[in-house]
Design a protein around this ligand. Sequence first.
Ligand code: PEP
Length: 245
Amino acid sequence: MRRKLVAGNWKMHGMRPHLREIDAIAAAARAHPQVDALLCVPYTLIAAAADIAPDFTIGAQDVHESDQGAHTGDISAPMLVEAGAKVVIVGHSERRADHAETSHHTWAKAAAARRHGLNVILCCGETEAEHDAGRAERIVQSQIEKSLPDGAAPDWLTIAYEPRWAIGTGKTPTLDEIATMHAILRAKLRGMIGPSANEMRILYGGSVSGANAASILAVDDVDGALVGGASLTAAKFVPIIEAAA
Ligand code: PEP
């Protein structure tokens, strides 16, 4: 039985006054212990967020594949652990698009995170052009083939299917399309890691809101959501946690 996971991605949003939202979200998570909830905040908020909500999971949105070195502006897994992060997103489509991150980088980042005990949310998803050309399945399968880290296991790795064209656009695939892609991902994972794939959570991400969460979370093989815009305030995020409960 896979527990639902509702993960927020604050992207490049959030200053210290927003810690009060984290406090309120953590309180709601406490009230729904049957659901796992977490927030991936900007690096600058990780330590403060972990301090104000020690029983709530705080994560980061990226990590460098090396533990240290001449990598200006990057951050390593040991640094994230020291700051209080427990989880990290890798392979987000905004990293792939803005920073030319490939599935090979994603693979190396996931491995670095694992070496230091961080849980990993590994993103995959097709562009609008790939979707319209009927290439979504192949693209997503190939991303998983190239980025799934060695020793991938459900206790530390979660997959997020995020069609790029649905991120921040208010557009979502149909429930049938989501079901099809999640089934394809589950089959792909089974082929790569065997029966433990049945325990691995596969999140859907892309314009999830309080209004559509219940129907998306009810789709077969959807084990939770990765949420951007609607995770920034308790008012928007808590209804998604409640929909998962
Ligand atoms: C995301 O950033 O991973 C995401 C899904 O964003 P949004 O919910 O805003 O579409």
